[in-house]
Structures are given as structure tokens and as C-alpha cells.
Design a protein around this ligand. Structure first.
Ligand SMILES: [Zn+2]
Length: 301
């Protein structure tokens, strides 16, 4: 099944996810504790926004540690990621002063290494990073302010005051390729590298559907009314805690009204985009992103 899946789904980094999350194990405390005492178990380590890596020639790999290399306190808050080939995988957050094994392991920013990593490992580190980020921001209950304890192998925090249960969350954002008579709507933010343009994106607000979020974002950012909003694909985006939900849509007219959120927004024909990519005045978003996928597909169309 795994092989069939990898053949049929084009690998979008961060979304490989063929590891069995084995969610039924999370509540089995005895089993989790036994795995945390088993030196064959592997632990991905997160420190702030960084994960532990190791260079392997041109490639970059996750530097997995054994649970015995971590302190008791760190192990207590370890997050069970799942099982692969009978080996239990965990994520752990450490403070700055952890002593690294003397074997070339180094801290790095996952985003910078994504294209050099095997997709499954990158997806696991993304999972680890997303969970670490959520835990770091939910040490205290959002309802009453009392400390919240780690439960269910790191997949739940329970408030010690009012008993509220807090589950890991991910913030949905929509990203959309809008077309009008073969041309594609691309915009850029002033903070991006020179020349980089992307399809439009924005966060989903409470009380709206994904399709409504698409229509609202495109109207706000470009003044364009869209129809035929269709789901395309999605990508976990743990920078820091999103799920990008990709769509395609049709513009009713080509008229634009730029919002101040964007530095520029305009229609590109395929020829214009290809020429601009050639002479370097247009640059694509990073190759591992869903925005790249949406643009590339249009360019190839
Ligand atoms: Zn509480």
C-alpha cells in the first residue's frame, strides 16, 4: 500500500506521512512508558524553531536520538509520533543547554533543509516541530490560567485547575490559483525576496467555509470576484502551525484593485511568466511549497 501511495501521490514535502501514527497507542500508558525505556525507540529533538539534523554527504537527515540520551523531565513530555517498521518514534522539546552527542548532529531550520531531506523524514520532523510549537504555547490553561498537564503521549493537555482538555490544533489557511482567460493572478509581499511572486493565500476565519475564505481573500487582496472555487490539494505547514488548503478558481473579470497587504498583484500570461522566469525578473516560491506546485502546474498547462 505504501508503495502504491508513493507512486500515485506526487510527493509534496511535509505531507508524505506514510508512518503509522498508531493513535490507539496514545492512551496505553504502560506501552508508551515501555517504548520510552526501549533504546531502539527513536526521538526527534526540537529546540525552539530548530530541529536536530545530521549531514550525510549532500543530503541532510534527521538526527534521531535514543530515549536514554534525554533527561527524565524531557522524556515525561515526549510526544508519540507513531511506529515505523516496529520502531516507536517520539518527538521531544529540549532547552538550549542540552548536550549533543559528539557525532556531527547540529541544530538547523527544517525549512532550509527540506529539499535535501527524504520526504518521509521531513514530514516526521514537521510533525515533531508542529507538536513542540503547540506544547510550548499551551503550558497553561486558556480558560482559567492554571498549569495544563501533558497526557495521551503528548496529544492532549489537561488543565489541573478547571479540568478543561486542550487538543493540538492546526490553523487552516487557503491558497488559491485564480485564472482568467488563461492568465494567472500572482501577488507579492514587500518582505519577500526580490522578484518572488505567488498565488494568493490567507487564513480562514471563524464562521466561514474554505470556499468563502478563498473568495474573501481574493476580493480583499486583489479586488477580484471569483467563482468555480475547486479544491486542489493540501499541505501541512508547521511554520509555525498551519494547514495550507489549496484551491483553483475563476475570476469573473480581470479588473484589479490592490490591497495594501500586497506590494504588487497582477495577471501573468504563461508567456510573460516564462520569459520573466528566464530573465530572472520573476522568481517562484520555494520548490517544497504548495504555492510552487499550483504555479508550476499552470505554467506546464
Ligand atoms: Zn483551566
Amino acid at each position: 500500500l505504501t508503495r502504491t501511495l508513493s507512486r500515485s501521490i506526487p510527493p509534496l514535502p511535509l505531507s508524505a506521512g506514510h508512518t503509522d501514527r498508531a493513535a490507539h497507542r496514545r492512551a496505553d500508558e504502560a506501552w508508551i512508558q515501555a517504548r520510552l525505556c526501549d533504546s531502539r525507540s527513536r526521538v526527534a529533538v526540537v529546540r525552539g524553531q530548530q530541529t536536530l539534523h545530521r549531514r550525510d554527504g549532500e543530503a541532510v537527515r534527521a538526527a534521531w536520538l535514543g530515549p536514554e540520551q534525554l533527561s527524565e523531565a524531557v522524556r515525561r513530555e515526549a510526544v508519540f509520533l507513531g511506529e515505523r517498521d516496529g520502531v516507536a518514534l517520539f518527538a521531544a522539546s529540549v532547552e538550549a543547554d542540552v548536550v549533543l552527542p559528539d557525532d556531527g548532529a547540529e541544530w538547523g531550520e527544517l525549512r532550509r533543509h527540506l529539499l535535501l531531506m527524504e520526504p518521509e523524514e521531513a514530514a516526521l520532523l514537521a510533525f515533531a516541530r508542529g507538536m513542540a510549537y503547540w506544547h510550548a504555547r499551551h503550558r497553561f490553561c486558556g480558560s482559567c490560567g492554571a498549569p495544563a498537564e501533558c497526557r495521551q503521549a503528548g496529544h492532549l493537555r489537561a488543565c489541573t485547575g478547571c479540568g478543561a482538555l486542550h487538543f493540538p490544533r492546526t490553523d487552516p489557511a487557503v491558497i488559491v490559483r485564480v485564472e482568467h482567460r488563461g492568465r494567472c493572478l500572482l501577488g507579492r509581499q514587500a518582505t519577500w525576496d526580490p522578484g518572488v511572486y505567488s498565488v494568493l493565500a490567507g487564513f480562514v476565519e471563524p464562521g466561514e467555509t474554505l470556499e468563502q475564505a478563498v473568495a474573501r481573500e481574493v476580493l480583499e487582496e486583489a479586488g477580484v470576484v471569483v467563482s468555480r472555487v475547486r479544491y486542489h490539494s493540501s499541505q501541512p505547514w508547521p511554520f509555525p502551525g498551519s494547514l495550507m488548503v489549496g484551491f483553483t478558481a475563476r475570476a469573473r473579470s480581470a479588473r484589479l484593485r490592490r490591497d495594501e497587504e500586497l506590494e504588487d498583484v497582477r495577471w501573468f500570461s504563461r508567456r510573460e511568466a516564462r520569459d520573466a522566469l528566464q530573465d530572472g525578473t520573476l522568481r517562484m516560491p520555494s520548490r517544497y511549497s504548495i504555492s510552487h506546485r499550483l504555479m508550476e502546474e499552470w505554467l506546464d498547462g
